[in-house]
Design a protein around this ligand. Sequence first.
Ligand code: PLP
Length: 407
Amino acid sequence: MSKPIQIYLDYNSTTPCDPRVVDAMLPYFYDIPGNAASRSHPFGWQAEEAVDYGREQIANLLAVDSKEIIFTSGATESDNLALKGAFEMYARKGNHIITLTTEHKAVLDSCKKIEKMGGEVTYLDVEEDGLVDLAKLEAAIKPNTIMISIMWANNETGVIQPMKAIGDLCAKHGILFMTDATQAVGKIKTHPKELGIHLMAFTSHKMYGPKGVGALFVNRKNPRVKVTSQLDGGGHERGMRSGTLNVPGIVGFGKAAEIAMQEMEQDAARLRVLRDKLESAFKDQIEEVYVNGNVDHRMPHVTNISFKHVEGEGLMMTFNQNIAVSSGSACTSASLEPSYVLIALGLGDDLAVSSIRFSLGRFTTEEEIDKAIELISTGVNHMRDLSPIWEMYKEGVDLDAVVWTEH
Ligand SMILES: *Cc1c(COP(=O)(O)O)cnc(C)c1O
């Protein structure tokens, strides 16, 4: 029996751990078992050395000082620490934060909590292409604004925000610039200091490192930024994040950063070609295909596509034994909830629930893309052949004018 085809095009959900990363990590489970905080014996020193080296590798990728890297358990924790920690630390300066409606839940839900803690949050809408309007952003700044939190690249659409312009705006108004850069770090150049970013959250498992380890960049000079620790304990990580460090995880994260530094440009160039091939094939071969989000300011390995009148979750079922992707809807308890990110781009519910996110990565091959084009095109045609709505559309019925009866 031959192995079923399994094509992974869901790299924005998580990336496989690069085998070179796994190799670097292995000694730190058994041979070198120390706690990096044990200062009195060689086991601890070796672990500390490994952590220092990992921190250095990550700092190099970002062109920052290694003292500016705070290790966490992942980007969710880094987002929480940056937002709640800065809210607490800068309470005397003000209590207002500006963010976008298209942010990751780790940011949005941290902001919700901050509102409960007495903060004020502006959730700014994006334009139809997913980009923030800088004039609207500036107009939202108030005397009590302490921070703008805007993600570097969106996880669903890959849309890249104008980071330099936002950094300039924050500098002009003397407020902090925090970014969730999880989908950008290790894929494109992310040097926070060149762009006036003060806090930057990211995670290892979206850049070919292991799961369960992340980091927060905290700018240390001009201005010296601090965040209030959200975990009480041993005072690790310059007092900003207590807890025994995940030594093998940090070693792997560091190795992943080093590899990214060497290879991300070639990876991006290769994946852009494959992504564009996938996208053109769908546009050429299938009717009523829409690419969501700004296509010029977008990560090179991501495309978010709506196949009109084909419900994404159903479409996925036609090929999910063979291809892994994500759909633009989440199955909540009873209903199909369209993605709030796509709704914020102004898509109607129908287009939002008919979207699929394709995210390619380091191990994606051209054969896989060719196979994906074939299987997915077949799936779309199959779904449309069975669809009364598609039939009505083909017959020229104005679907917007149809009154659907509830039942
Ligand atoms: C994956 C992701 C996160 C969460 O990261 P974890 O390390 O899994 O906690 C946060 N923000 C964005 C944009 C992400 O894509």
